[in-house]
Unconditional design. Sequence first.
Length: 258
Amino acid sequence: MDLGIRGKTALVCASSKGLGYGCAEALAQAGCDLVINARGAEALQAAAQRLAAQHGVTVTPVAADITTEAGRAAVLAEGIPNILVTNAGGPPPGHWSDWDRDDFIAALDANMLAPIALMKACLPEMAARGWGRVVNITSVSVKAPIPQLGLSNAARAGLTGYIGGTARQVAGQGVIVNNLLPGIHATDRADALDRPVAEREGIGMDEARARRFATIPAGRYGTPAEFGAACAFLCSQHAGFIVGQNILLDGGATNVIM
């Protein structure tokens, strides 16, 4: 399917690897020029070279921490994109009694306030052009909170509430905003969640993964490529009537119908 976005520019945050890279690659396959971002300059540069070589698009890497004001200024210095994909690593797991105010502020800065700041910077020009797409990578936890991910639950739920109103205010100007809610995908984040289980239970990582596979109806983890394909569709010309939605990509693991 032709997504109708060839030649548009996309800013994809935290995209040197994992789900962010999957989104960047799918958008490159659709013909978008990219601004990609991550904190690690070496991995980011390698990702940029690979995407440009494989897909024949312009890829501009900006090494910066997108959760900081300086980092956001650096990526936006490349211009206001047609497509914005917000993404940042989630806060660490733990127990409700472990976290203090500073922990919550850090989680809010990374997973709620940073995406909001990027949208506030980009939405006015997108609206003036009459076209724009925003996809926020959040988490299944906004539909089914995960006990050990209380910091993420709180921050991402706040972002979801903000999007619920904002998306409906800009849709009439051709700017479409939605959220993608990943379950467990085969990324470093999955390893970070599986490793404590392996250590606690005295089992190998393969066994820890197999146990989690058994909780997913699809019987496996998702892949960054299939996550990226869903993101690219939401950024396409075909998604103009999908507004303010929270779309699960979790292999059926979250037992909800709404």
